[in-house]
Design a protein around this ligand. Structure first.
Ligand SMILES: NC(=O)C1=CN([C@@H]2O[C@H](COP(=O)(O)OP(=O)(O)OC[C@H]3O[C@@H](n4cnc5c(N)ncnc54)[C@H](OP(=O)(O)O)[C@@H]3O)[C@@H](O)[C@H]2O)C=CC1
Ligand SMILES: O=C1O[C@H](COP(=O)(O)O)[C@@H](O)[C@H](O)[C@H]1O
Length: 492
């Protein structure tokens, strides 16, 4: 089925238009929306940052950034970049906003955007509050169309700073006007978790502690910190991946069925799920969390010797944890999660491990050495190749009667993968449409920070034994022990 594109009308004001994210992700995503017809005549983007660029300089940069998207579409480049304009601007100078306002008004007239304004903050987070305050005080909000704010991560560095930032933003924008980006929510298979659960009786009927033994979530990366060491050393895997991406995936797995498939109901259920996540005491945190830092490998320095990293850094490049939900559905079912840099591969997956049948009726005295029932495992492959698999027990071919595990597998075809929008394309589109389903609400963020803050405080007061894992492995041995002590192991 072809989805008919509804044309979006808006002026987008982009703070951080000369930056890396804008160049690598945002312009190509907008170009995709343009060539698919979601953006057509009635949109304009006003890029801002301090660099003294002209409109023509900016259009040339945007053109360069989209030239890799699809060479067959080269004919559309010119038409697309004609919607791009640039205003040199220092976000800390309130007077500069007057000029921005003027230019936005001109673009509204020129492109007939019906007063709709979307502000996108693609800048260092320390500027977010200042920009929001100036948008309000300098009169940049529209009074005859929508006003929306898209904001990049990270949303704070702990609960207190996130709360402060939220307070600053909500002095200008209402919660329903704020779109907090978490690019994991733009991934095809993360969005597919709801379809899998709520579209299939065969799955949802078993989605509880009566049938599920444990759930495992793995976000594995095979690269080190690369050129982002300066940021990463201040952040670490707990803030960079666990507080946001892992919490968002886990919330979708743990939530109750929303009343309707609308942003309000979905976000309410996710928020409830995160509220039921047990906030650990310091001693529980120490027992249920493992941290790691990578050692030197054949092709990499040890983390502490990377450019831009403090040589005595105790920043973790790996986290594994056992999470506990205090809810009727999940009592007794651990959620094991892990993420890290320089691991054995680049992949993201969820493994749902079902309980074994209570009795193995196939084990007879004669075949008890050969017969073993395995746990059914439903795997959701998020990256790199989206798909599902379900491991079942089936009869082994031949005489006698023993069982063996077999796989029912679905994997997206190359054609489907091509059709699947990149996360930023989806999320940009949703924000322009005003659909906040795949953006994190304040309540979710607040709970996630409160959970993570305890772990951070425990870790910041103890000297870890770093480095403690080899590049190309799946992390420190303590991550295996975390499951082994419960009589379990990582599926992969
Ligand atoms: N890059 C990435 O892959 C990812 C980035 N993010 C997030 O996206 C945001 C942007 O990141 P990124 O693009 O990498 O950052 P960059 O450092 O590449 O870009 C920062 C931008 O801010 C502008 N800027 C800095 N100071 C001012 C100022 N006082 N007034 C106006 N403009 C200013 C810079 O332009 P100029 O110097 O010309 O003023 C530049 O356009 C951050 O929140 C980051 O955490 C999130 C996920 C991935
Ligand atoms: O947000 C981030 O995500 C990336 C991993 O994203 P993926 O889509 O490639 O899985 C991570 O490398 C980065 O450190 C983090 O800031």
């Amino acid at each position: 089925m072809t989805i008919l594109a509804t044309e979006i009308k808006a002026v987008i004001t982009l703070f951080g238009a000369t930056g890396d994210l804008a160049h690598r992700k945002l312009y190509p995503s907008l170009f995709n929306l343009f060539r698919k017809g979601f953006l057509a005549d009635n949109f304009a983007l006003l890029g801002t940052s301090r660099s003294e660029w002209s409109d023509a300089d900016f259009q040339a940069k945007v053109r360069e950034s989209i030239s890799k998207v699809d060479e067959d579409q080269a004919g559309q480049y010119d038409a697309f970049v004609k919607h791009f304009f640039y205003q040199p601007h220092d976000v800390t100078n309130p007077e500069h906003y007057d000029k921005l306002n003027e230019r936005i008004a001109e673009l509204e007239d020129k492109f007939a955007t019906e007063g709709n304004r979307l502000f996108y903050m693609s800048m260092a987070p320390r500027f977010f509050g200042t920009i929001a305050a100036n948008i309000k005080s300098q009169g940049l909000l529209s009074d005859n169309g929508f006003n929306r704010l898209v904001i990049e991560k990270p949303f704070g560095r702990d609960f207190a700073s996130a709360q402060e930032l939220n307070k600053e933003l909500t002095e200008t924008f209402d919660e329903n006007q704020i779109f907090r980006i978490d690019h994991y929510l733009g991934k095809e298979m993360v969005q597919n978790i709801s379809a899998l659960r709520f579209g299939n009786t065969a799955i949802e009927a078993l989605w509880n502690n009566q049938y599920i033994d444990n759930i495992q979530v793995t976000l594995s990366e095979d690269m080190g910190v690369e050129e982002r060491a300066g940021y990463y050393d201040q952040s670490g895997a707990l803030r960079d991946m666990v507080q946001n991406h892992i919490m968002q995936v886990v919330a979708q797995l743990a939530m109750e069925q929303p009343l309707t498939f609308t942003d309000q109901d979905i976000r309410a259920e996710k928020a409830k799920a995160l509220r039921s996540l047990r906030k650990y005491t310091p001693s529980e945190a120490a027992a249920n969390f493992v941290r790691g830092q990578y050692a030197a490998g054949d092709n990499n320095n040890e983390y502490r010797k990377e450019d831009g990293v403090d040589p005595k850094s105790i920043t973790e490049t790996y986290v594994a944890a056992k999470l506990t939900f205090d809810s009727y559905r999940w009592a007794g079912v651990p959620f094991y999660v892990r993420t890290g840099k320089l691991l054995a591969g680049k992949f993201t997956r969820v493994d749902v491990v079902f309980k074994k049948p209570l009795i193995d009726i196939f084990a007879t005295p004669a075949n008890s050495n050969d017969q073993k029932l395995n746990n059914n495992v439903l795997t959701i492959y998020i990256d790199p190749t989206p798909g599902f698999s379900l491991t079942l027990n089936a009869k082994k071919v031949g005489q006698g009667y023993t069982t063996e595990p077999i796989d029912l597998a679905f994997s997206q075809s190359a054609e489907q993968k091509d059709l699947s929008p990149e996360p930023y394309e989806r999320l940009f589109h949703d924000a322009l449409e005003g659909n906040s389903t795949n953006f994190a609400s304040w309540s979710e963020i607040a709970d996630a920070w409160q959970f993570v803050d305890v772990i951070r405080q425990v870790w910041d007061h103890e000297e870890p034994n770093f480095p403690n894992y080899q590049p190309g492995s799946m992390g420190p041995k303590e991550a295996d022990e975390l499951l082994a002590r419960d009589g379990r192991q990582w599926v992969y």
